[in-house]
Design a binder for this molecule. Sequence first.
Ligand SMILES: [Zn+2]
Length: 267
Amino acid sequence: MAEGPQVHRIADALRRALASRILDEVQLIPARLRPLERSLVGRRVADVEARGKHLLIVLDRGLTLHSHLMMWGRWEISGPSEPPRKGTGRVWARLRAGTRVATLFNGPVLQLLSQEELATHPVLTALGPDPLRDDYRREDVLGRMQQPPWARISLAHALLDQRLFAGVGNIYKSEALWQARLHPLRTLDSLRPDERGRLVQAVESTLRTAYRQRFGTLPRRLWRTVGPFAVYRRSGQSCLWCGTTILRLDTGRATYFCPCCQPATAP
Ligand SMILES: [Zn+2]
C-alpha cells in the first residue's frame, strides 16, 4: 500500500511527465466520469501535488483530478505505444500529454473536483499537516495533539488517523513509534511535552527518510542484512538498539515494537 512517501514519489513522477503540458487524450473509465473526458482534453496540467496519501492533478481553468490508491491502485508513466506492464490490473484513467502517458490502474478513488468542491471536500479539508509538504508546520500538529478527538486514543490508532498527520500508514506508524521510543498503546494525553516533541520529530524524520530512500527507514547499508525497516514485520528478530526480541501487537492493524525501548509506561 502506498503511504505518504510513496504517494509523494508518484506525484513527482506525474509532475515530471505532465506539468505544463496539455492533455491531448483522456480516458476515464468510471462510468460517472466518462462524460467529462471531452471537457478535459485541451486543458493544461498546472501542477501535481500530494497531500498525505491523496494525489491531486491540478488542471487549468479550475478543475482537479483527485485520486487515492488505497490498497490496490497504482499510477504508471509510459510512452504512448508502450503496453502496460503485465499484471498491473484494470485501467481506470489514462492521460496523454504529448509523448507521455499516465495510467491509473485499479482506482479505486477517482474524482473530478471543481475549485469549490476542492475547497469544501470533507476528507481533503480535514487532513492534518503533511511533513513532506512545504506548507508543513510542526506547531499545527502539536496543537492538534491536544484537542479532544485524539487525547485518549492509543498512539497506534492516532498515527493512522489522517487528521493528525497526513501520510502515515501502517508501516511508518510502527517505525516512527520505535524511533520515538514510545509504546504503541500509550495515549496522546499520557505523553509529557518532551515525549510529544519526540513523537512529532520521529514522524517527520521517518517520512522524510522513507521519501528520500524511496521505501525503507533504515540506512541503506543495513537493507541486505536487516531489511529496510527497524521493526515493521520483524517480530521475533532483535531490536537494533538493545537486542530485545521485537513483538507484534494486534491493534486492528498489526503494530511492531520493542518492549524494552518502548515501555508501556513513561520511564
Ligand atoms: Zn529495543
